[in-house]
Design a protein around this ligand. Structure first.
Ligand SMILES: C[S@@+](CC[C@H](N)C(=O)[O-])C[C@H]1O[C@@H](n2cnc3c(N)ncnc32)[C@H](O)[C@@H]1O
Ligand code: SF4
Ligand code: SF4
Length: 327
């Protein structure tokens, strides 16, 4: 008997073939549903329905719980980052969140809850990465994990850390990680070998295989020009970070580069274009998605991916031109 379902990844699109009918999906459960509806008469002949098909795909591991549960009435964000702290216990040159020159700031738990709740009313989000700065510096880091899971139960959630504080993290933290089944992403920096090893051991000991990605951060990218020499539309079109949406204080920004530029400007008393972001309370999901699809003035300071320079990781001397290739 022929297999009913066959899902393959082709050119970033999943192709499901059901009874020989091919359905292409671009990240969207809405599309699955629309497409399935349009062929429902054929499917009825085989006594199948959309729900059964989606459930079967899910049970076979061919679509994720997220895709299964997406609400077609909401907006969609594929990837969201948000800070738990703005500051850091490492001092990386070219930190693309400018955390090496950012004042100490712990995000307020109740402000975070309000923002995440509002986002969950308007959007489905596939992947949420909680970071900073260094998120483990926040004494209430566990609360951010629970809140994110509460409002986005079907999203993939990751905590991104340099690992330095993991071995001494509290039992409250580990319990939150286990209870919510989030993943821990680690960046491995030169010179933190011992701590990194201890952090991996701690993940092994305290979680249920919840190590996410390991980013070997021996090289950092420099992708900005101090002078606004780039064509904003062209740069934006080629920008790999434009879907690096950041939630900052009740607003969404295109990327950390623009969203946290205010911290760079403040530290160096400069005036590079900052992105204020779009207010998640006063705009509809549609308006927010339209806003995120268009370039912003900061794009004039960014290089396209093929011109980005990758340089050895180094500790920061807080040189104001360190981020820029034209200085
Ligand atoms: C901003 S950090 C925040 C979380 C945590 N402090 C860490 O380092 O994992 C998030 C990620 O961005 C990466 N990153 C920061 N600046 C970068 C740059 N200029 N080039 C490449 N990756 C960068 C870090 O290595 C890390 O994996
Ligand atoms: S990349 Fe991570 S560890 Fe390095 S300064 Fe930025 S926030 Fe800190
Ligand atoms: S400022 Fe524009 S080009 Fe630069 S990272 Fe953000 S979206 Fe991309």
């Amino acid at each position: 008997m022929n297999r009913l379902f066959n899902v393959t990844n082709k050119d970033y699109h999943k192709v499901i073939s059901i009874l020989g009918i091919k359905i292409k999906i671009r990240d969207s459960a809405k599309e699955i549903n629309t497409q399935l509806k349009s062929i429902s008469s054929k499917l009825n002949k085989y006594n199948l329905n959309t729900e059964r098909i989606i459930n079967k795909l899910y049970s076979e591991g061919k679509i994720s719980k997220f895709e299964q549960s997406r609400d077609p009435a909401k907006g969609y964000i594929k990837y969201l980052e948000t800070h738990i702290t703005d500051h850091c216990n490492l001092n990386c040159t070219y930190c693309c969140h400018y955390c090496n020159v950012t004042e100490k700031k712990f995000i307020n738990v109740e402000d975070f809850r309000r923002d995440i709740k509002e986002l969950s009313r308007k959007f489905d989000i596939k992947l949420i990465r909680l970071m900073g700065g260094e998120p483990l510096l926040h004494p209430e880091v566990h609360k951010f994990i629970y809140i994110t899971k509460e409002y986005f139960p079907n999203s993939e959630i990751m905590l991104v850390t340099n690992g330095i504080l993991l071995a001494e993290a509290s039992e409250e933290f580990w319990k939150a990680v286990r209870d919510t089944n989030i993943k821990i992403d680690m960046s491995k920096y030169p010179g933190v070998d011992k701590k990194f090893g201890e952090a991996l051991d701690a993940i092994g000991k305290n979680t249920n295989h919840q190590l996410g990605w390991i980013w070997i951060a021996s090289k950092f990218s420099k992708s900005m020009t101090f002078e606004p020499v780039n064509n904003i539309q062209e740069t934006f079109d080629k920008c790999p970070y434009k879907r690096c949406v950041n939630l900052i204080n009740g607003k969404l920004t295109h990327c950390p580069t623009a969203g946290y530029m205010k911290n760079y400007n403040k530290y160096f008393n400069e005036n590079l274009p900052e992105e204020e972001g779009i207010d998640i309370y006063t705009h509809s999901a549609q308006e927010i998605m339209e806003y995120l699809r268009a370039p912003i003035p900061t794009c004039a300071h960014c290089l396209p991916k093929d011109k980005t320079k990758w340089v050895e990781w180094a500790g920061s001397t807080k040189d104001k031109y360190a981020w820029f290739v034209d200085k």
